[in-house]
Design a protein around this ligand. Structure first.
Ligand code: BES
Ligand code: MN
Ligand code: ZN
Length: 498
C-alpha cells in the first residue's frame, strides 16, 4: 500500500498559514466560513479573471493573497450544492488533493452555501483524498519521474474544518475501512501475475484473519474430492496449483443465513490453448478483479464491523498453455454433476465460477449470491467502461444493486436473461458447452452461470470494463479501479445491516 496523507477533523476556525482549500458553488458562491479566509472581494476577482466558475470538481490553485500568512489558495468547484451525491463528495476530495502540490500543512474549509456538509459528506470528501492519493509505485526504484508521487503529497497533514468534527470523525472511521478495502482490491489487480499466483493470492486472503475473518483455503486435492472438475480443468495447464478461498465474517445474529459474494480469480488469462492475441495480453493479469473486489469487500466489512453475516468465496487459478492444458473439445464434470463441453479454453471464467457458485450455494444456503467477474469482452462492447453489466434472477436484488451504483458512482446496468439465450449453450455431446454465438456474448456467459445457482437469488456483475483500464478520474489515477468494493459495501449498509 502506498503511503497516505494524514487526515484530521476540527471545528471551523480562522486558517492562518499553509495551504487553504475552499469550496465554491457555481458562479463562485461561497459559504460564510470560506469567505472569512480571504474575503468575498478576492473570490469574486478570481472568478472574474479566471476560467474557474465553480463547476463540479473543477479546481484551481493560486498563490495566496498578500496580507495573509497563507502559502497557497486552492479553490474547488461544487456546482449546485443541493445536488451533491456521495460520489460527488469523493470527486471534490480527489480534486482538492490533486492541487496541493508540495504543501505539508493543508486546511480545508468544508462549507458550502445551500448544502448540508454532514458527517457522511465530510467523510466521503476524505475518502476521495485517500483514494486519489493511491499510487501503485512499489516497483519504481526511482520515485516520481512522471507521476503524481513526485510531490510526495502522501506526507501532507490535512485538516478538514467542519461544523461538527465529532460526527465527521465517526463517519470517517467507516470511510477509512472502505478506503482500505478499495486500496487492497487495487493492489491485488495491479500486482503482476509472476508475483501474485493463486497461492500468493490465498496468502493475502489469510491476512484477513487479523480482522477476525474466518479463512479456509482449499487446495486441488480438496477440490478434486468435492468434484470440482470444471474449475480444475482450467487450472491444469498451469504449474501453479489452484486455490479456493472461503472467507466468513460473522457480524450478524448467530443463526441468520449469510449473504454471499463470489469472485472470479484468474490470476492470468492467456486464453489457454485457445490462446489470446499478443497485443494487450498483459492486461489479463487483472483477470482476478472479481476476486480482488470480494477480498477488498470482506476487508472493509470486517474492519468496520458490519452487522451482518457474510461469506466471500474466490476461485483462484491461472489459465495457461501447456502440455497438460485442457483442450478444446474436452468434457469436464462440474461439482453440480452437470457436464460441460469446453469448446473454447478462453471462456474459462465461467468454468471457475460454475464450481465456486455451486459450492457456495450448497454449503451456505445464502440469502443471495452476488458474483463479480471480468467475464467477457462483449460487456465492454455493450456498455463501455462506465457501467458494469448486471444480470439477475431477482428483481429486488437487481434494484438494490442499481441504487447502490447510483449513489456510489460504481454504476451497473441491467441486461436481460432468457430461454432464447439459454438454449444457445446446449450441445449434443454434454449437458452444455462453454460458448454460444458471437452475438450476445455477455448474456450467454451469464446464462451459463445461472445453471449453477439453483433457485437462490443471484446477481452476476460483469466487471470486465470497469475493474481496470478505466479513464483516470478525480479519485482514481491507477490502472486498477477497485470496482465493486464501494458498490457492495453500500448494498450491504443500505439493505442488510441491523
Ligand atoms: N478474461 C476474459 C474477458 C476479458 C476481456 C476481461 C477483456 C477483461 C478485458 C475472458 O476470460 C474471456 O477471454 N472471454 C472471452 C469469451 C469468449 C471466448 C466466448 C471473450 O470475451 O472474448
Ligand atoms: Mn479468457
Ligand atoms: Zn478470463
Amino acid at each position: 500500500m502506498s503511503k497516505r496523507p494524514s487526515i484530521s477533523f476540527a471545528k471551523f476556525a480562522a486558517v492562518e498559514n499553509g495551504t487553504a482549500i475552499l469550496l465554491l458553488a457555481a458562479e463562485g458562491k461561497a459559504a460564510q466560513e470560506a469567505e472569512s479566509v480571504v474575503g468575498q472581494a478576492l473570490l469574486s476577482r478570481i472568478i472574474d479573471v479566471s476560467d474557474f466558475k465553480g463547476k463540479l470538481a473543477a479546481s484551481l490553485s493560486t498563490l495566496a493573497p498578500s496580507g495573509t500568512e497563507l502559502d497557497r489558495l486552492v479553490l474547488v468547484g461544487a456546482g449546485d450544492p443541493a445536488k451533491l451525491k456521495a460520489d460527488d463528495w469523493l470527486k471534490l476530495g480527489g480534486s482538492a488533493f490533486s492541487k496541493i502540490g508540495k504543501a505539508k500543512h493543508v486546511s480545508v474549509v468544508l462549507a458550502l452555501p445551500g448544502a448540508d456538509v454532514s458527517g457522511e459528506n465530510a467523510a466521503d470528501f476524505a475518502l476521495g483524498i485517500l483514494l486519489r492519493a493511491y499510487t501503485f509505485d512499489k516497483y519504481k526504484t526511482k520515485k516520481g519521474r512522471n507521476d503524481e508521487s513526485r510531490d510526495d503529497k502522501s506526507s501532507a497533514k490535512i485538516t478538514l474544518l467542519v461544523a461538527d468534527p465529532q460526527a465527521a470523525k465517526k463517519a470517517f472511521a467507516n470511510a477509512e475501512a472502505v478506503a482500505e478495502g478499495v486500496i487492497l482490491a487495487r493492489d491485488l489487480v495491479n500486482e503482476p501475475a509472476n508475483i501474485l499466483g493463486p497461492v500468493e493470492f490465498a496468502e493475502r486472503i489469510e491476512e484477513l484473519k487479523k480482522l477476525d475473518v474466518k479463512v479456509e483455503i482449499l487446495d486441488p486435492k480438496d477440490m478434486k474430492k468435492l468434484g470440482m472438475g470444471s474449475l480444475l480443468g482450467v487450472a491444469q495447464g498451469s504449474v501453479r496449483p489452484a486455490r479456493l478461498a472461503i472467507m466468513e465474517w460473522q457480524g450478524g445474529k448467530g443463526k441468520e443465513a449469510p449473504i454471499a459474494f463470489v469472485g472470479k480469480g484468474v490470476v492470468f488469462d492467456s486464453g489457454g490453448v485457445s490462446i489470446k492475441p499478443a497485443a494487450g495480453m498483459d492486461e489479463m493479469k487483472g483477470d482476478m478483479g472479481g476476486a480482488a473486489a470480494v477480498t477488498g469487500l470482506l476487508h472493509t466489512l470486517a474492519s468496520r464491523k458490519a452487522k451482518v453475516n457474510v461469506v466471500g468465496i474466490v476461485g483462484l487459478v491461472e489459465n495457461m498453455v501447456d502440455g497438460n492444458a485442457q483442450r478444446p473439445g474436452d468434457i469436464v464434470t462440474s461439482m453440480s454433476g452437470q457436464t460441460i463441453e469446453v469448446l473454447n479454453t478462453d471462456a474459462e471464467g465461467r468454468l471457475v465460477l460454475a464450481d465456486a457458485l455451486y459450492y457456495c450455494n450448497e454449503r451456505f444456503q445464502p440469502k443471495f449470491m452476488v458474483n463479480l467477474a471480468t467475464l467477457t469482452g462483449a460487456i465492454m462492447v455493450a456498455l463501455g467502461q462506465s457501467h458494469a453489466g448486471l444480470f439477475s434472477n431477482d428483481d429486488t436484488l437487481a434494484a438494490q444493486l442499481f441504487d447502490a451504483g447510483q449513489s456510489t458512482g460504481e454504476k451497473v446496468w441491467r441486461m436481460p436473461l432468457g430461454a432464447e439465450y439459454d438454449k444457445l449453450i446446449d450441445t449434443k455431446n454434454a449437458d452444455m458447452k462453454n460458448i454460444g454465438t458471437r452475438f450476445g456474448g455477455a448474456i450467454i456467459a451469464a446464462q451459463f452461470l445461472k445453471r449453477f445457482v439453483g433457485d437462490t437469488a443471484w446477481a452476476h456483475l460483469d466487471i470486465a470494463g470497469t475493474a481496470m483500464g478505466t479513464p483516470a478520474s478525480e479519485y482514481n489515477q491507477s490502472w486498477a479501479s477497485g470496482f465493486g468494493v464501494r458498490l457492495l459495501d453500500r448494498l450491504v449498509q443500505d439493505n442488510f445491516e441491523g
